[in-house]
Write a protein that binds this ligand. Sequence first.
Ligand code: PLP
Length: 425
Amino acid sequence: MTISEQLYTRAQQHIPGGVNSPVRAFTGVGGTPVFIKSANGAYFTSADDKQYLDYVGSWGPMILGHNHPAVLDAVIDAAKRGLSYGAPTEIEAEMAEKICELIPSIEMVRMVNSGTEATMSAIRLARGYTGKDKIIKFEGCYHGHADCLLVKAGSGALTLGEPTSPGVPADFAKHTLTADFNDLDSVEALLKANKDDVACIIVEPIAGNMNCIPPVEGFLQGLRQLCDQYGAVLIFDEVMSGFRMGIDGAQGYYKVQPDLTTLGKVIGGGMPVGAFGGKKTIMEHMAPVGPVYQAGTLSGNPVAMAAGLAALNELSQPGFYEPLFAYTEALVQGMRDIAEQKGIPFTTNHVGSMFGFFFNDAETVTSYKQVTNGDMDRFKRFYHAMLDEGVYLSPSAFEAGFVSASHGDKELKQTLEAFERALSK
Ligand code: PLP
């Protein structure tokens, strides 16, 4: 028995499924999750002392690679001054200023402790601001696990939402309408059928929770226009995409300004952080200035703020993104070339430092339906072959991959060589 297997057996005794977040359990690929002991740069070391090249990066936050010295120093320095005060600090103002400076659509911001809190609060704010109850989300987009967001569409596009998890009352779910990503007609149909009732549209501007699906041309612009037309708040959930395709997020990359933005992952530098922000006229509806309630014992935690701010300062350095994007480009191109030589159906998507791949022969993958049509058996085989090679990819065909600034020529070569061997298995 490996040490990971022993630890997994032990963890299952007192933690449901042995994990504190379901996707870590390897349900999508089978086998035993790799237990991690330590990490540095682009690599981590397992409990069995095997080194893995990491393309998950804690599901996105580790854009600088693990243990970046600037982040680590900031954390240690802050921790020495106390772990939490529950009272305002200067670094919270500094963090808010930095976020507002980097993302122009954000005029005011509130810090929270996770992406889930960020989206849940942004939706409450949109509802409080508009006085409407219904929200529109997209099938395949994940926004955390708040009740109103764990909902999928019914059989027809215009039917009311059904919960995807027991424990979400149908009475809550009925306020969530689900449209198809990259399909403006499906959004307009919902808005027409629920004319004065839609508080907001929430979307991942680059869908990263159904693999990696960029928006088709005009999709985000169309959402902006529909929100203006129907008086709905446009929320970009940039918990994953934020700071991944440039310093101003997907909204800067695609040049579409939402009313509210949610952030997480990268802004915590590896610590538990989320944020939501946007137009001052909307944000001023938040307590204590406005009536919409939201709070947090550890929100704006000084150690987490120090980590996040140190990370954002690194990302703000001129030229930070170019090598990262060049790596991602070379990675997906290299994988496509190898698959083509071997005659294996294979498609890739990438934007900035996020990427995805599919075992299918579609020219482009733009929809949830196409993702679910991939060859899952091949994915599972391939996944474990890569793991054997020491390359750690997302253990699910429905998650994006992430490149960090610590990935360089050596890592690219290592990945493509492993990829070639893994495809042959
Ligand atoms: N929104 C998006 C786009 C996400 O990818 C995630 C998590 O993966 C969340 C929200 C939820 O964030 P958290 O897991 O920090 O609650």
